[in-house]
Ligand binder design. Structure first.
Ligand SMILES: [Fe+2]
Length: 190
């Protein structure tokens, strides 16, 4: 989950925005929570968090309101979720402690590719903790904490006109991306 997870982020309605304008270009993330047979998981809880355009989480940056860029969403009867945020940016991990010494000693840069953190959970399923990474990020091959897997990388598609499928009030341009979370039951292989 990393050092910047915070419990008790607010529960929000489908499509709610967790970002401020200064946090970056609008991004609409949507998809479904499914079981391994591909059936939807209704009432699954999605807990998401990410850094601002400055590369800082709210807990590192006193200029951000509490719970900025954090929220919890519940899937509908078809397992669907949707929320609005800002397109994440790459950021350096703090380098003023032992992690910085280790990175310098091993000749590695401190950057993490742009990502949204998530925990998907539902009754009767194993909790799934992961990131969604931006396919255009320059650090995908060299993440400072080695968390990138190809299955976690998605295109963030830029839209310059309002798409009939999406909220016409979103400021242009905005980005959309889709991610389906697949949950396993205890004893089941991923
Ligand atoms: Fe992060």
């Amino acid at each position: 989950m990393g050092p910047f997870y915070v419990e008790n982020a607010p529960m929000l309605g489908a499509g709610a925005n967790i970002a401020r304008e200064v946090d970056g270009a609008p991004l609409l993330l949507s998809g479904r929570v499914l079981d391994t047979a591909g059936s939807p998981v209704p009432n699954a809880l999605l807990d998401v968090w990410q850094a601002s355009s400055l590369g800082l989480y709210d807990v590192q940056d006193s200029s951000q309101p509490e719970f900025n860029l954090r929220g919890k969403f519940v899937t509908d009867s078809e397992g669907r979720y949707a929320f609005r945020t800002a397109r994440p940016k790459s950021y350096p991990v703090p380098t003023d402690g032992p992690a910085g010494e280790l990175l310098r000693a091993s000749g590695r840069h401190p950057y993490r590719p742009a990502h949204v953190h998530s925990i998907a959970s539902a009754e009767g399923f194993n909790k799934l903790v992961m990131h969604i990474f931006d396919s255009e990020d320059e650090y995908l091959e060299s993440d400072a904490v080695f968390a990138v897997k190809s299955s976690l990388i998605r295109d963030f598609n830029r839209l310059d006109t309002h798409d009939a499928d999406h909220n016409a009030t979103l400021p242009l341009p905005y980005y959309t991306s889709e991610f389906d979370f697949v949950l396993t039951r205890p004893g089941e292989m991923a």
